[in-house]
Design a protein around this ligand. Structure first.
Ligand SMILES: [Zn+2]
Length: 175
């Protein structure tokens, strides 16, 4: 009888601890509703950003997703991509530019890589207004409002495969 009572008491204590624990946790959440609400917003932001490379602006992230859907459809396929990074120009450090590598960095794109890069460049130029592009660079030519988004662009002043964008399509969006 006394053993049973002890067990009942112990179970009661455990139940009380469990309820207390849960109660304490939910009370803590409720004590700071502002912090809780903020955490939810941050979670959403993290989830939305998770689909894009780190530190992209909303415009660049939207473009990235569109480019990715093009890429995964089997066309326009890039081999690697780099977006946010330090640079002397503001585009990459501001998270509003990506480099789509066709083949390997430092190696001039040829064959399918060149064809895929051309397709992506053409798609970007065609959709510049929709995605609020600032400029596109590929194969030593710059495409932007300066040349009314002409499909022939203008020549880039550059030297070397990577500097002249012969291995990657560079695309930047407006602020
Ligand atoms: Zn770039």
């Amino acid at each position: 009888m006394s053993v049973l009572r002890n067990i009942v008491m112990i179970m009661g204590v455990i139940a009380a601890l469990m309820v207390g624990g849960v109660g304490a946790a939910s009370a803590q959440t409720q004590v700071e509703p502002a912090a809780g609400a903020q955490a939810v917003v941050e979670e959403d932001a993290v989830d939305a950003a998770a689909a894009c490379p780190a530190r992209l602006t909303a415009k660049m992230c939207k473009l990235y997703k569109a480019m990715l859907s093009k890429s995964t459809s089997g066309k326009y396929k890039w081999d690697s991509i780099g977006c946010y990074r330090q640079d002397s120009l503001p585009y990459h450090p501001e998270g509003r530019a990506c480099d789509l590598v066709y083949g390997k960095i430092g190696k001039k794109a040829t064959g399918d890589n060149l064809a895929d890069g051309n397709k992506m460049k053409n798609w970007l130029v065609k959709n510049h207004a929709k995605y609020k592009l600032d400029h596109v660079i590929w194969q030593g030519r710059i495409y932007s409002a300066r040349t009314n988004w002409s499909t022939s662009g203008r020549p880039q002043s550059c030297s070397g495969v990577t500097d002249c964008h012969r291995d990657h399509v560079h695309v930047a969006v407006q602020r």
